[in-house]
Design a protein around this ligand. Structure first.
Ligand code: LLP
Length: 391
């Protein structure tokens, strides 16, 4: 919920823009500290969700590490202050030059997704007199029960190494002298709203951990990925995800040996509820079947509704007592998929009204494009508004 004074400060700004509420981020990080870090868990923040340096500053200060999926993200994490030994580098298709970035910086670990990748990393590390620490990303064949575009842990998905391939990897590993196998890694998908897939994942992780042990591989890192979902329908009452339940589930079900550490890679649940996309109503239009509210942000600024049929709540910031009407809230882009919500109830809208599209902190700003040669948009933080409010 955005207060009246915040609204007044925001309404003077050029729209559209991304707005981040730093109190929500701080409360989220406090909850992660209380329920996750306190249990000795290592939480890597998935930079792909949002890589704003200011946001990374808060996350780093809270004691989180980094999960990167490109050489660019590794370089960015380093330049924002993460230590090389905090950086995990994942991704199903790493270029040689990106692998070298990781090797030259002595990062904590590569999450490796195929036998071929393992051999390539070994070759590059040997040629550069380096030792690459590696966690094997295993495909556990666990259904995350989420949108199919963000499901990653099923056999049909491109991610990870299947269990059938493990015997040949066990045979191969001793010959890969520039590889140090330190862990096993899983990531079954994103925006997982039920807890049961995580319980299932724990059971699979326990089985595979045991298998590596039986084969004589001493691994210290069990990385269970990310994927914890947020409540898009209730951005205020569920501003901080239920980390007590989430971490508690792993605490209850995962079996670690005394020297093993549990690692996570969370993105959306850390930053999702902090961000809003603030946009203005340009025009209202009565179609034959629908009322349209045409706003100045589009799928170029937030692609999630068009790509994953995601439903973000929309809040009218200029409070009024007009009667409720149903609108299709649409953007200005020349694509029929440029729709934020259909038949969405809002107080009657007028040109100039300010709307906040909520829960956009993760995979919002980072996925924007300049399709249609859209102009660059600003990023505003709640602490900057203090100054604006005093002006
Ligand atoms: N680890 C790996 C290996 C991943 O692929 C991902 C996300 C994460 C961690 C972080 O997952 P999270 O905790 O944020 O769910 N653009 C989509 C989401 C794509 C997620 C990709 N992988 C969306 O807007 O819903």
């Amino acid at each position: 919920m955005i207060s009246d004074s915040t609204f007044r400060a925001l309404s003077s700004l050029e729209t559209p823009f991304y707005y981040y509420d730093l109190d929500v981020l701080r409360n989220t990080l406090d909850s992660i500290t209380k329920h996750g870090i306190s249990k000795g868990y290592h939480i890597h923040y998935a930079l792909k969700a949002n890589h704003q340096p200011k946001i990374l500053g808060y996350i780093l200060a809270a004691g989180l590490s980094a999960d990167c999926v490109s050489g660019g993200e590794v370089e960015h994490a380093l330049s924002c202050g993460f230590n090389p030994d905090q950086i995990a580098f994942a991704g199903v298709g790493k270029r040689d030059i990106e692998i070298l970035t990781g090797l030259n910086n002595d990062i904590f670990c590569f999450n490796v997704e195929s036998v071929q990748e393992l051999k390539v990393i070994n070759g590059l590390a040997a040629a550069n007199n380096k030792k690459a620490r590696v966690a094997l990303r295993l495909n556990p064949n666990v259904d995350a029960k989420t949108h199919r575009y963000i499901t990653t842990g099923l056999e049909e998905n491109k991610f990870g190494i299947n269990e059938e391939e493990l015997p040949s990897i066990f045979e191969l590993l001793p010959a890969l002298t520039a590889i140090e196998l330190i862990g096993i890694h899983f990531h079954i998908g994103s925006q997982i709203e039920q807890i049961e897939p995580f319980t299932h994942l724990c059971n699979r992780a326990n089985e595979l951990n045991k298998l590596f042990d039986e084969k004589g591989f001493d691994i210290s890192v069990i990385n269970v990925g990310g994927g914890f979902g947020i409540d898009y329908s209730n951005p205020d009452s569920s501003g901080v995800p239920d980390f007590e339940h989430y971490f508690g589930t792993f605490h209850k079900h995962i079996k670690l040996k005394p020297h093993q550490k549990l690692h996570f890679e969370l993105g959306r649940s850390i930053i999702g509820q902090s961000g809003s996309l603030v946009t203005r109503v340009l025009f209202t239009k009565e179609g034959r079947q629908k009322k349209f509210a045409i706003v100045d942000a589009g799928m170029t600024e937030l692609i999630r509704p068009a790509l994953y049929q995601a439903k973000h709540e929309i809040e009218l910031l200029s409070k009024n007592s007009r009667p409720a009407k149903k609108y299709d809230v649409v953007g200005p882009i020349c694509e029929s998929s440029d729709i934020f919500r259909t038949d969405y109830e809002l107080p009657e809208l007028k040109r100039g009204d300010l709307l906040a599209i909520r829960s956009c902190g993760a995979y919002g700003e980072v996925m924007k494009s300049n399709y249609n040669l859209r102009h660059h948009i600003e990023t505003i933080y709640s602490d900057e508004l203090v100054e604006l409010k005093m002006d």
